[in-house]
Design a binder for this molecule. Structure first.
Ligand code: 13P
Length: 249
């Protein structure tokens, strides 16, 4: 059976002290989860948060990594550096990185490869913008995103990837995809994985939903057969809300 997961993405929120306080709250409250729990934190939080969460059921993710291995790339943080903090996951291809930092399919392909080479498990994000959904183009958009950045992988490599479907129009807007919209897209994504890697790999692929997923709508979203969990932004910043979402999975 494939992994069920609830992952948080703190984005650019919380200074170091605030982040450590939130991680400490989660450490206390998340003691026996029935799914994999991951928190994605800013780079500077990674090492102390990993230290704090050592020997707990909570794993840690970076929110990004460099598309280069090492060297003269001022301000960048490599996958190797991330792995050296104890982080086990790396969010790659978030729509905010694609839109604001111009991350192309090619750049994201490099990031995924570097994450895998350094034993980080990518949480790879895909999803259409509002205009694409309105034009009925959502399927072709996510297909191109997968083909552009992860369908180059071997089946073994692809097996290490978690996918996150995040319709951009639902992120931070309070406009959640309906459970039907989420299920339809997740089933379509799984069919693409099956066509590329076979049904066994597709059945093992964890596909998260992200976009205004909260403690109120999580249960209904997670009840769908192809929705394996959530990638949570705003609601992951409040321990009580994040814990309710974990309990809904
Ligand atoms: P919100 O949950 O704040 O809509 O953000 C979703 C997201 O972008 C997670 O990566």
């Amino acid at each position: 059976m494939r992994t069920k997961m609830v992952a948080g993405n703190w984005k650019m929120n919380k200074n170091l002290q605030e982040g450590l306080a939130l991680a400490a709250e989660l450490k206390q409250q998340v003691t026996n989860p029935t799914c994999t729990v991951v928190i994605g934190t800013p780079f500077i939080h990674l090492a102390p948060v990993c230290e704090l969460l050592k020997n707990t059921p909570i794993a840690v993710a970076a929110e990004n990594c460099a598309d280069k291995e090492k060297g003269a790339f001022t301000g960048e943080v490599s996958a190797e550096m991330i792995a050296s903090t104890g982080a086990q996951y790396c969010i790659i291809g978030h729509s905010e990185r694609r839109a604001y930092y111009h991350e192309t399919y090619d750049i994201l392909r490099e990031k995924v490869l570097l994450a895998l080479q350094n034993n980080l498990k990518p949480i790879f994000c895909i999803g259409e913008v509002k205009e694409e959904r309105e034009a009925g183009r959502q399927n072709e958009v996510v297909k191109a995103q997968l083909e552009g950045s992860v369908f180059n992988l071997s089946a073994e490599e692809f097996g290490k990837i978690t996918l996150a479907y995040e319709p951009v129009w639902a992120i931070g807007t309070g406009l959640t995809a309906t459970p039907e919209q989420a299920q339809q897209m997740h089933a379509y994504i799984r069919s693409l994985v099956a066509a590329k890697y076979g049904q066994t790999v597709a059945d093992e692929t964890t596909i998260l939903y992200g976009g205004s997923c909260n403690e109120k709508n999580a249960k209904e979203l997670f009840a769908n057969p192809d929705v394996d969990g959530g990638l949570i932004g705003g609601a992951s910043l409040i321990a009580e809300k994040f814990c309710s979402i974990i309990a809904a999975r």
